[in-house]
Unconditional design. Structure first.
Lengths: 202, 202
DNA sequence: TAAAAAAATGAACGCTCACTCATTATACCA
DNA sequence: TGGTATAATGAGTGAGCGTTCATTTTTTTA
């Protein structure tokens, strides 16, 4: 029996996911055909269906594995920060700039996901989970800053966190749509300056 | 000849657009069928095609007539403001709250539009036009505030305007997706507070 | 090396849906 | 009221695409 190794099967799976991501980013979920994905991953349609039961399952897996981990990623990259201020500024930096530079496809995948959100309940819930995850983490950071006396006690952690999340995704979408005149650097600096003045004691 | 009156024809046209908007908001553009739209507008498919040459043209018309006018609307609603501060605060209010309450479908239509942006060049360009229109108007408001000495001269009008636009649309999208725990009132207040401290002289 | 089991193939199927067009209904005019 | 030009109808068409499955290829074991 050619019961091929587990890693080989995992490689195929990832190849399919990579191909699907490329195709989805190129023409969107609806216009992408299973054939497109198969060709790009170097497999036949039939083989592809041995790894994923349907086209939509491919999309959902992409969301889980490449978008849903945003909260974890944010946490990992900012956990070793020197304190609330440093942590805050790194969060803003990652969300407004670093992710665009280092993982550009993530931003475009977000655009694809929003495109499907209206028609697919599961995609929508995936986006909302991601929202909740990020907001919870940011809220925690802000609350710790308040507790330690470094942030203004009247600040509303949850509201500021939601606001930043909405802003980050808004920027990401327009960035992913190639909006002319969208200066990520300048936006990041301005956001940080506003957050600083909002959170500063007095 | 029953050369029906021009207003009658316009009524039919609007009926189709209204029906299409309802259907699109309900299941998204791709899942909506021309039949859905026809049934909801009380016409047959054939009749519908006497008013619009294709399904996508209906979508584009909706975008132009119900989303593309956002800059004009913003201008009309804030032109009579008492000064830059009042104008700024009204812009924020309209974008973060009033539009959601008074014209809820506009926000949801934005979600539909973003859904098509990736697959349809014209839709994408419509969104970018709207972005440019709003940003230009907001930039003007800020620049006037700087000129009159009421806003801090170091403030970057274009960057702040882009930032607010991204934030507004980010909030709108999550609102349109029924995100739990998204408090528009509180977000508006916090944004305004941040903008105030950012633009204040000193 | 032969047999067996898993993996891969891709033509075919069936379904959906945007769009068409021959036909019918309707509103206006003389 | 009859004639006519426009409006409306909706069954039909054809193309596209997700999914299946009978067949072939490949890999491993005995």
């Amino acid at each position: 029996m050619p019961k091929v190794t587990e890693t080989h099967k995992e490689q195929r799976r990832q190849a399919i996911l990579n191909a699907a991501e490329q195709v989805f980013l190129g023409k969107g979920y609806q216009l992408a055909t299973v054939d497109d994905i198969a060709v790009r991953s170097g497999l036949s349609v039939g083989a592809l269906y041995r790894y994923f039961p349907s086209k939509s399952e491919i999309m959902l897996t992409l969301m889980e594995e490449r978008l849903g981990r945003t909260p974890d990623l944010l946490e990992r990259l900012t956990a070793d920060a020197g304190g609330p201020w440093d942590q805050m500024s790194r969060c803003v930096d990652i969300f407004m700039l670093a992710l665009r530079v280092r993982h550009p496809s993530t931003g475009r995948l977000l655009l694809v996901a929003w495109g499907e959100a209206l028609q697919d309940r599961v995609v929508r819930e995936g986006l909302l989970d991601r929202f909740r995850g990020v907001v919870d983490y940011l809220s925690g950071v802000i609350e710790r800053g308040i507790s330690s006396g470094e942030f203004r006690p009247e600040a509303d952690a949850h509201v500021l966190a939601s606001l930043l999340m909405c802003l980050a995704d808004g920027v990401t979408l327009y960035w992913a749509a190639n909006t002319p005149g969208l200066e990520l650097q300048a936006i990041r600096a301005t956001v940080m300056s506003m957050v600083r003045s909002y959170l500063s004691v007095q």
